[in-house]
Design a protein around this ligand. Structure first.
Ligand SMILES: C[S@@+](CC[C@H](N)C(=O)[O-])C[C@H]1O[C@@H](n2cnc3c(N)ncnc32)[C@H](O)[C@@H]1O
Length: 221
């Protein structure tokens, strides 16, 4: 009997091919490409196109009107979140680097985002997050320093409204979290963050293998 499953002799690793397809299927507009150019100039590490599209999808499906982001960068993830949010939704985004906020402002104005739709807070999340309200955000997106991930997750869970979604970028450390022999600080922080999510009965989590691994968790209604 012959195997009639389609094969692609040019593709060695089907998983890599799948992820390449997921990324290449997303087309970014000029405003996003300009934000990416700014990211390359400043050395920030923006979300990939497929992670960006996932953020927009989550924002649209939660009818997000209030989103909090830790780690503005030059606004690549912010533009994707805004694309999925309600037309009057407000993105609150935190970053300690004034230069990154200047670049993000250019990115947002380049996409004709009204100034009232973004609230850029200059400061570290450790200073800023405790001032943000409990249970008032539809999405909390965490994309700041990886060592601080557990602390940001604890704050993010507190800030999420019922039915809201926590999204953690770089959550799987490219799969290292599942390897018990890996105990370096970044992997340990990602593992601790994942445990905080797993131990919270109100959260329904899933790891999405885009980028270095995205952890998304919906809070019970
Ligand atoms: C990976 S980049 C964010 C990329 C952005 N989300 C995007 O997709 O365009 C991480 C950002 O975290 C910021 N950052 C550095 N230290 C921080 C801190 N203690 N708290 C929050 N953000 C910090 C950096 O300035 C940088 O802009």
């Amino acid at each position: 009997m012959t195997d009639e499953r389609p094969t692609d002799p040019g593709t060695a690793d089907p998983r890599t091919a799948l992820i390449d397809y997921a990324e290449s299927a997303i087309v970014e507009d000029d405003a996003l490409l300009a934000a990416r150019d700014r990211a390359a100039e400043l050395g920030t590490d923006p979300v990939s196109p497929a992670v960006g599209a996932l953020l927009a999808l989550l924002a649209r499906s939660t009818h997000a009107r209030a989103v909090a982001e830790i780690g503005t960068g030059t606004g690549v993830s912010g533009l994707w979140l805004l694309a999925g949010m309600a037309a009057d939704g407000v993105l609150t985004t935190i970053d300690p680097e004034p230069e990154h906020h200047r670049a993000a402002r250019l990115s947002f104005s380049g996409a004709d985002i009204a100034p009232g739709r973004t609230r850029l807070i200059n400061g570290t999340p450790h200073e800023v997050l405790p001032r943000l309200s409990d249970e008032s955000y539809d999405i909390v997106f965490i994309d700041g320093p990886r060592l601080d991930m557990p602390a940001f997750v604890a704050e993010g869970i507190r800030m999420l409204r019922a039915g809201g979604v926590l999204v953690i970028h770089h959550a799987a450390a490219s799969g290292a979290v599942a390897d018990p022999s890996r105990a370096d600080p970044v992997t340990t922080a990602a593992r601790d963050a994942a445990l905080l999510v797993a131990d919270d009965d109100r959260l329904l989590p899933v790891v999405i293998p885009l980028g270095t691994g995205v952890l998304a968790a919906a809070k019970a209604r």
